[in-house]
Design a protein around this ligand. Structure first.
Ligand SMILES: Nc1ncnc2c1ncn2[C@@H]1O[C@H](COP(=O)(O)OP(=O)(O)OP(=O)(O)O)[C@@H](O)[C@H]1O
Ligand SMILES: [Mg+2]
Length: 260
């Protein structure tokens, strides 16, 4: 990463955010006092063992759930302070790509109609504009207009994830949260999706929170890496620093496991 990029102001800041789930037998502090930030065009890789709180943090950042305490600040505004319509516009600045692309779509709807419905939720557009925008979005992710006519089950895993990425970038997000976005794909398809994400990062200056169990992959894509353990961020640094000189034995174990 260039010095220029390092000096950029954060677009997304997570300030002392905590979230517990209270269940019948115990209270689970899924996210516990997390601080982090992501700048435009920056990739923050988030790693940590299963159950360490990565997906909960992703859901907090995308506004799917609310924190018990702390703030999630996007473009200088707390995303949970803004009501209704404005909140919708604010959250459209942060989009998410999930591991299972198929289940992120309505299995009975044509991909083009799903993307159109998503556009309807955010913009006022004529049918023709929506059709053109959908084709343009599919083109950006390497799909053709013909793919818009298919239902998810008629796409390959890689094509379906491309469609999910097209839908995610339809609102011109400044932050894309990817939660194991390539984990379900074959290695060669995974590499193609990573190339696509890197191209979108460069073209659109999108910042990423990139969650993955695959450390070599995070090492390739991320500018900085955060290690999560029991809801907390244990350490943050360049992938080089985290991989070659981890502060904690826990990180050391993740590093030696590689893909864990
Ligand atoms: N809706 C929920 N209700 C109760 N507990 C939850 C809920 N969501 C998550 N948890 C708990 O919060 C903790 C963190 O879960 P989370 O899904 O964030 O972990 P993760 O790091 O994403 O794990 P993985 O790598 O397996 O995806 C876990 O103990 C989990 O069981
Ligand atoms: Mg998870």
């Amino acid at each position: 990463m260039s010095t220029n990029e390092q000096m950029k102001n954060p677009i997304l800041t997570v300030e002392n955010v905590s979230k517990s789930f209270t269940k019948k037998y115990a209270k689970i502090p899924a996210v516990d006092g997390v601080n982090l930030s992501v700048a435009a065009g920056e990739v923050l890789g988030l790693v940590g063992e299963s159950g360490s709180g990565k997906s909960t943090l992703a859901r907090l950042i995308t506004g799917m759930i609310k924190p018990d305490t702390g703030k999630i600040i996007m473009d200088g505004k707390n995303i949970n302070d803004i009501k209704n319509k404005k909140s919708k516009a604010m959250l459209s600045n942060i989009q998410m790509v999930f591991q299972d692309a198929y289940s992120s779509f309505d299995g009975r709807m044509k991909i083009g109609d799903s993307i159109g419905e998503f556009l309807d939720n955010h913009y006022k557009m004529s049918r023709e504009m929506k059709r053109e925008k959908t084709i343009e979005l599919l083109d950006k992710v390497g799909l053709s207009p013909e793919h818009a006519n298919r239902i998810p089950g008629q796409l390959s895993g890689g094509q379906c994830q491309r469609a999910a990425i097209a839908r995610a970038i339809s609102t011109n997000p400044k932050i894309l949260v990817c939660d194991e976005a390539t984990s379900a794909l074959d290695v060669s398809v995974q590499a193609q999706i990573m190339e696509l994400l890197e191209r979108l990062r460069q073209d659109l200056d999108i910042g990423f929170l990139f969650i993955s169990h695959d450390l070599p992959l995070v090492n390739c894509f991320a500018h900085r890496m955060a290690v999560m353990y029991e809801g907390k961020i244990l350490e943050t640094g360049t992938p080089e620093k985290i991989i070659n000189d981890p502060k904690f034995e826990y990180t050391q174990k993740l590093v030696s496991a590689g893909r864990y």
